[in-house]
Design a protein around this ligand. Structure first.
Ligand code: KG4
Ligand code: ZN
Length: 339
């Protein structure tokens, strides 16, 4: 049985086709980076309009790659939460139209649960129950993932998300948009010990994150304490050292909190997802920590870490349990741990 899934929560328009056996037949991602770069971040209205233009061509390309016809699709899946509401609505409306006209069931998928499910898909076997760490542009959260569809929130960020911090620091350092990969490349050239930057809640028992102070500390390191403005630094050792020190500070807290979550829950598996988990240094340090904790770790390959529609295969679990969505399915911008 073939599923067609749609993802339009932020700035990637994606359509995937997969089977009930979780075999990915196509996973096409149309990035909008070119449209948002000049604004230095995602502009919600621009994103929604671009989804509208790109969704049907992306779907055609997915069908072509999968060598599947629309009439071979047995169910439609849409990621309806969380995300930018205008962007989500494009995917939700298209999914309803497809389900109605093809006369097949409609299923909803939660983007955060889907990010963790990407690790399950890559593993090729069950990974639940596990600690789930979602590190993306909008979320930095730890969950006790009891099943693919039942997450308890253990803790999250009280301000910026980790990906948001990468994007903001990239802008400060003049590295452009999207920030994560640019900071990672720059950090590889620098010394992570060059600056001692804050690591919020590191020594506390609480499973919480805060990254906005870190961003300010990067500004102070550049322009002097109390100063938040100035010309972006040019290429060279000073910029690379700051990028490396920033990245190391983010990684240290993510690794420490994931370790605490494993110890607190006594779970022995850690699944990681979201765009920031594409970061090579983070992946290596999480793997080293999991080894020390004698925990199994599941991090999907990079193209399944960043936004894509294949991870919506979490909805296959709903399909098995006959949990279908109605045609009045809504776009829900926020998520705190339960559907
Ligand atoms: O999961 P995702 O594609 O979209 C959201 O759900 O937000 O995550 C996007 C975030 C962006 O903030 C981006 O800068 C960050 O993931 N990111 C990275 C890397 N690749 C993407 N952060 C650090 N290192 C990377 N290599
Ligand atoms: Zn995401």
């Amino acid at each position: 049985m073939n599923f067609l899934a749609i993802e339009t929560s932020c700035d990637e328009t994606s359509v995937a086709i997969f089977t009930d056996e979780l075999q990915i037949l196509a996973n096409v991602v149309a990035s909008q980076v070119d449209l948002h770069a000049r604004f230095g971040g995602v502009v919600p209205e621009v994103a929604a309009r671009a989804h509208l233009q790109r969704l049907l061509p992306t779907m055609d390309e997915a069908l072509r790659q999968a060598q599947v016809k629309l009439t071979d699709i047995g169910a439609i899946v849409v990621m309806n939460s969380p995300g930018l509401v205008g962007a989500l609505l494009v995917g939700v409306s298209a999914a309803k139209m497809l389900a109605l006209t093809l006369d097949v069931p409609l299923l909803s998928a939660n983007h955060i649960e889907a990010h963790i499910f990407a690790a399950r898909m890559a593993a090729g076997r069950d990974i639940f129950p596990c600690v789930g760490l979602v590190v993306s542009g909008g979320h930095t959260s730890l969950f006790h993932c009891k099943t693919p569809l039942d997450f308890d929130l253990l803790g999250g960020t009280i301000d910026d998300a980790a990906g948001e911090a990468f994007d903001k620091v990239a802008a400060i350092l003049g590295l452009g948009f999207p920030g994560g990969p640019a900071v990672e490349r720059e950090a590889a050239l620098g010394d992570p010990k060059a600056h001692s930057l804050p690591r919020s809640f590191l020594k506390e028992d609480r499973l919480a994150f805060s990254f906005s102070g870190l961003k300010t500390a990067v500004l102070y390191a550049l322009y002097g304490v109390g100063k938040t403005r100035g010309a972006a630094p040019g290429p060279g050792k000073a910029r690379a050292d700051l990028a490396a020190s920033f990245q190391k500070a983010v990684i240290d807290v993510l690794v420490a909190k994931a370790r605490q979550a494993l110890r607190k829950t006594k779970l022995t598996r850690l699944a990681v997802g979201g765009g920031v988990s594409a970061n090579g240094a983070l992946r290596a340090e999480l793997e080293a920590m999991a080894k020390q904790e004698r925990a199994e770790i599941f991090i999907p390959p990079r193209k399944l870490c960043t936004d894509n529609a294949a991870m919506a295969a979490v909805a296959v679990e709903k399909w098995r349990r006959q949990i279908f969505a109605a045609l009045d399915l809504d776009a829900v911008p926020t998520y705190h741990g339960k559907n």
